[in-house]
Structures are given as structure tokens and as C-alpha cells.
Design a protein around this ligand. Structure first.
Ligand code: 3PG
Length: 220
């Protein structure tokens, strides 16, 4: 438990400095590495690579070597197998849309920073009881947005819990989330849309990433 908590703290320190995490659904290794090179070039040094596609594990493994400056996490980690695949491939943290106690317990055992997804007080309490102090708030906008999250945080502030909202977060509302002290970072797919990658719209992706970096700098 102690190692887990130490590593979660280190992950939160990094994510709180980076503030915006692109959530990536990657068709293949090539797009994954190209996306990482855009992130490196534009100086947005993080990504959540989702296990919604087969490419996730190989992208994390290759990108961890090729882009050591990027803080790479795994997303959509729905089971213990994918948790281990992410960890062994070199992911530095992992998140999931929901709260699965089996996955949380395994992450605690491995000391692997993991943020389960919650959007109710009951889920938050169950996750915290297992030792989690880093939670994903999903689906953020549909669940009630910043207003709901602030109410959800209120009774747990004294426990030092931190959140990463995703789901409906965009360049239009990211600043509103990031103004909440308990929000370490926000995540979203608007920074590297799969459709844009498929269409080769790398300039549009680069612009969205540059805009996100400018937003973070304007908040500092
Ligand atoms: C996630 O996995 O965190 C969400 O799918 C991201 O949601 P978005 O597509 O609304 O950014």
C-alpha cells in the first residue's frame, strides 16, 4: 500500500504540472508514434493510450523507449490482464472509466498508480477505502460537469483526493475544470482524434495540441 501511495503521489505531481492529457484511441503503432512526436514537438508531454485497440500495448512499449520525456499512461484498463500489459510495457499510470475493485487491488499490490473511474459518492468511497486518492471522474460532462464534481469533492477534501475528469471535456470547458484545486488534470480525445489521424490531418492535431499548451500556460 505504501509503495502504491508513493507512486500515486509521484504521478499526481507530474499530471498536476502537465494539466491536460490527450486520450488516444490508436489504430496502429505508426499513428501512435506520430502522435507522440507531435506531443513532444508541441511540448505537451503526456498521453493516455487506451486499451480500446490492439495497438495500445505496442505503442506504449515503443513510445516509452523512443519518447522518454513523455509521461505515458494507459486508459480503458478494464481488467487485470490489461493492467499488467500496461505496466510491463512501461506505462507510468493507468486509468479506467469505472471502479473495478479487482483491478484496484491488483494495482495496489503492484504499486502501479491507478485511477478508477467514479461519478457517484458511493463509488468514490469504495475506491478510497481500497487506498485510492487519485480518481478519474467519468463521464464528466454527462454526469453533471464541474458543478457536480465540486459537490462530490466537498465531503472528501480533507482526505487529499485528486481527480482527473474526462468525457466531454474540451478546449471550451477545460479551464473551468482546471480552476478547481482538487482537479490535477483533465483528459480528452479532442487533442488527437482518431478520425483526424485516419484522414492524415496532422496539422489540425498539431494545432489542437498547441492550443492546449497555450491554455495551460495561460493558467499558470
Ligand atoms: C475517456 O475515455 O476518457 C473518454 O472517452 C474521453 O472522452 P471524450 O471523447 O469526450 O474526450
Amino acid at each position: 500500500m505504501e509503495l502504491f501511495q508513493q507512486n500515486v503521489k509521484a504521478a499526481l505531481d507530474r499530471l498536476s504540472a502537465i494539466r491536460i492529457v490527450p486520450v488516444l484511441v490508436l489504430d496502429n503503432l505508426e499513428d501512435g508514434l506520430k502522435m507522440c512526436s507531435v506531443l513532444q514537438e508541441k511540448q505537451l508531454p503526456a498521453a493516455e493510450i487506451t486499451f480500446r485497440t490492439e495497438a495500445a500495448e505496442s505503442v506504449i512499449r515503443a513510445a516509452a523507449k523512443e519518447f522518454p520525456g513523455l509521461y505515458l499512461g494507459a486508459g480503458t484498463v478494464l481488467n487485470v490482464r490489461d493492467l499488467h500489459r500496461a505496466f510491463e510495457a512501461g506505462a507510468k499510470f493507468a486509468v479506467a472509466p469505472g471502479f473495478n475493485p479487482t483491478v484496484v487491488k491488483e494495482a495496489v499490490k503492484c504499486g502501479f498508480p491507478f485511477a478508477p473511474g467514479v461519478c457517484t459518492p458511493s463509488e468514490a468511497e469504495q475506491a478510497m477505502e481500497l487506498g485510492c486518492r487519485f480518481l478519474k471522474y467519468f463521464p464528466a460532462e454527462a454526469a453533471g460537469g464541474v458543478k457536480f464534481l465540486k459537490s462530490l469533492i466537498a465531503p472528501y477534501k480533507h482526505l487529499g483526493v485528486r481527480f482527473m475528469p474526462t468525457g466531454g471535456v474540451t478546449s471550451a470547458n477545460a479551464a473551468e475544470y482546471l480552476a478547481v484545486p482538487e482537479i490535477a488534470a483533465v483528459g480528452g480525445t479532442w487533442l488527437g482524434k482518431t478520425a483526424d489521424m485516419r484522414a492524415g490531418n496532422w496539422d489540425a492535431i498539431g494545432q489542437a495540441v498547441a492550443d492546449a499548451v497555450a491554455l495551460v500556460r495561460s493558467l499558470a
